[in-house]
Design a protein around this ligand. Structure first.
Ligand code: IMO
Ligand code: MG
Length: 417
């Protein structure tokens, strides 16, 4: 009986899916607890690539049960298409995908509103994924939203949907068409509808191992991230409990994932961002283009000030460092060890966007390595400079490194004893 939460601890895209997939070998259940199709989780298995947006990354293990919790927001059409394309890749969902009936619904109007709101923000735009996540969560909070289980009651659905359009001052253009499309998508998804919280608690008590898969990252957390340049859900460790309906005292271990460098997609402050040829080289080597939107990701040095903040925020038991292989070939590497604001060194992270925009990072510079790390499977076999780089991260973040990823494939993973 145990539970493990796996979280991205920066601005998303930390390689969560790869680590969830690697650790998933030991889990009976993999559960998503927040976010929606804004996530883009990529797994490469024996050279074959799978991309997940709403489906949990445990689905590649045929025995693993996968849960989409009440704290998520689901685009039912997108989920159906994602499942169909995975079915075409021989993934079997029957009897092992459980979607909480209380998960929020992302409807076509939410995607439209997401676009309109971004347009209105102009230069102040957030750079959302355009998946309707913000408007869908806002409707949940204002209690006008619809939930997955509402799809089974056509009259209720019609009433709630009419009220939802009205609450946004929008005319419901094609009610019959939308209702019948929702009816159709429900027929496809109904076999997977569940009271997932009850099941997850029961499985835990029966001794099963539960792995909670975070989406986005701690610096995109609605309350503790770089607000307003954040997503609309809480992404930190405590969110597992509210997003699934899982008692906090049953949360055993939290593994935080950090990329060996930093990236950010969308707008918002990024103190260690770099714009030079090194950034281009990292972007190219790391294929740093969004899995959901295709946007080029912004690149920066590892930010140990931000990392220590999120490690503390999440109460991390251990960390995983991913994409270490990408840094090969660089003469020197930098790690941000301090934030300076208006000539003063701050005691930790900065919280206001106006402050974050002005931060002067203090850097530790370390020598790089030329070796290809792809085939290395132990910490000791890494080049000395790579070992030193990891040690610096571990010392600055103050949490032990337990996993290091040196390539996309499940196999290309080092477990630190
Ligand atoms: P995974 O799970 C990286 C970012 C968007 C934008 C902000 C708000 O793959 O790591 P939203 O559409 O959520 O309202 O956008 O959050 N964002 C992500 N960035 N990885 C993600 O997910 C993200 N999900 C949202 O780029 O800046
Ligand atoms: Mg992603």
């Amino acid at each position: 009986m145990s539970s493990l939460t796996v979280l991205g601890c920066m601005w998303g895209d930390e390689g969560k899916a790869k680590i969830v997939d690697f650790l998933g070998a030991n889990a009976n259940v993999v559960a998503r607890f927040q976010g929606g199709a804004n996530a883009g989780h990529t797994i490469v298995l024996q050279g074959k690539k799978y991309v997940f947006h709403t489906v949990p990354s445990g689905i590649l293990y045929p025995q693993t049960k996968c849960v989409i919790g009440a704290g998520t927001v689901i685009d039912p059409f997108g989920l159906r298409d994602e499942m169909r394309s995975l079915m075409d890749q021989d993934i079997d969902f029957s009897g092992r995908l459980f979607i909480d009936e209380r998960a929020g619904l992302v409807l076509p109007l939410h995607k439209k509103l997401d676009g309109l709101k971004e347009e209105k923000r102009g230069a102040g735009k957030i750079g959302t994924t355009g998946k309707g996540i913000g408007p869908a969560y806002a409707d949940q909070a204002s209690r006008n939203g619809l939930r997955f289980g509402d799809l089974q009651y056509p009259d209720w659905l019609c009433e709630r949907l009419a009220a939802l359009y009205e609450s946004h001052g929008l005319k419901w253009e094609n009610p019959d068409e939308e209702l019948s499309a929702l009816q159709e998508v429900w027929e496809f998804l109904a076999p997977f509808a569940a009271h997932a919280d009850v099941l997850v608690r029961q499985w835990y008590l029966e001794g099963e191992k539960i792995l909670f898969e975070g989406a986005q990252g701690s610096l995109l957390d609605l309350s503790f991230g770089t607000y307003p340049y954040v997503t609309s859900s809480n992404t930190i460790s405590g969110s597992t409990s509210v997003g699934i309906g899982f008692p906090p005292r049953w949360l055993d271990k939290t593994l935080g994932i950090y990329k060996a460098y930093a990236t950010r997609v969308g707008e918002g402050p990024f103190p260690t961002e770099i714009f030079n040829a090194t950034a281009d080289a990292i972007r190219k080597a790391g294929n740093e283009f969004g899995a959901t939107t295709g946007r080029p990701r912004r690149i920066g040095w590892f930010d140990a000030v931000a990392a220590r903040y999120t490690a503390s925020l999440n109460g991390l038991s251990a960390i995983a460092v991913t994409l270490l292989d990408i840094l090969g070939g660089l003469e020197e590497l930098k790690i941000c060890t301090g934030y300076w604001l208006d000539g003063q060194k701050l005691p930790g992270y900065a919280f206001h966007p106006l402050e974050l925009a002005k931060i002067q990072p203090e850097y530790l510079t370390l020598p790089g390595w030329d070796d290809d790390l792809a085939a290395i499977r132990s910490l000791e076999a890494l080049p000395a400079n790579a070992q030193d780089y990891l040690e610096a991260i571990q010392d600055l973040v103050e949490v032990p490194i337990e996993v290091v990823s040196v390539g996309k494939d499940r196999e290309q993973t080092i477990t630190v004893k």
